[in-house]
Design a protein around this ligand. Structure first.
Ligand code: ADP
Ligand code: MG
Ligand code: MG
Length: 209
């Protein structure tokens, strides 16, 4: 079971992780992009943190919807609409209730991932956040079908996400700014893959708390 307060705590934890890792994310984006991924996301999540208390009514869906809209409005760059779409699609899957059973939580995450993949039109192997989100989602879904606890399912997803993040290093970028570099995009971890891992790790730490 995932309750609304845990979802809010997840958002706060992700915002905190972005703030903590801002320099690292921007450094990754310096190598193969325009050196703004950390500052882009931090700008958006600061705004989310300012407004979180206004979204107490309306259940999990309302909270996630507002997070998504705020990111779309404030992040800028490719990652704003992509993470924004993640949360807006997750909101639609979550609905207006105050809690989700384990299978619904997995579905909420999965719908968000599908939203990112559709919006960015990125395939697996294109060296984007999709390369972390899709295998992590698949691991979470598989664990849930096996009947593991939510904590165990998310922990497995985080393990897969960390490996998937590192596996973007040797890939050739085919989407986003890094694709302009062609072969020179190889040898660097994708910034969005790193932030996507942080999103899952934040959820794990929240659930285990
Ligand atoms: P920008 O590239 O506009 O400066 P950011 O630096 O904030 O935006 O985000 C870059 C990240 O966005 C990349 O590392 C990649 O993971 C992700 N990204 C870019 N384009 C796409 C896409 N079409 N589909 C999925 N993810 C993408
Ligand atoms: Mg950038
Ligand atoms: Mg930019």
């Amino acid at each position: 079971m995932l309750c609304r307060d845990q979802v809010e705590a997840w958002i706060r934890a992700f915002a905190g992780a972005i703030a903590d890792q801002k320099e690292y994310l921007t450094q990754l984006d310096t190598a193969i992009g325009d050196a703004d991924h950390g500052t882009n996301l931090d700008r958006g999540f600061r705004k989310v943190l300012e407004r979180l208390d206004d979204w107490r009514q309306g259940g999990i869906g309302k909270l996630l919807q507002e997070v998504g809209m705020t990111l779309i409005a404030t992040v800028g760059g490719a990652s704003g609409p992509l993470y924004g779409t993640f949360f807006v699609r997750a909101a639609a899957a979550a609905g207006s209730g105050e809690s989700l059973i384990d299978a619904e939580a997995a579905e909420m995450f999965s719908q968000g991932v599908d939203g990112v993949a559709q919006r960015g039109r990125a395939e697996l192997g294109d060296k984007t956040m999709v390369d972390v989100l899709v295998p992590a989602r698949d691991a979470w879904m598989a664990a849930t079908k096996e009947g593991t606890s939510l904590a165990e399912a998310v922990e497995r997803a985080v393990g897969v996400a960390a490996e998937a993040r590192d596996a973007t290093g040797p890939m050739l970028a085919r989407r986003g700014r890094a694709s302009y570099l062609g072969e020179r995009s190889r040898g660097h971890i994708d910034p969005g893959a790193a932030s996507a891992h942080l999103m899952l790790q934040s959820l794990m730490l929240t659930i285990e708390r």
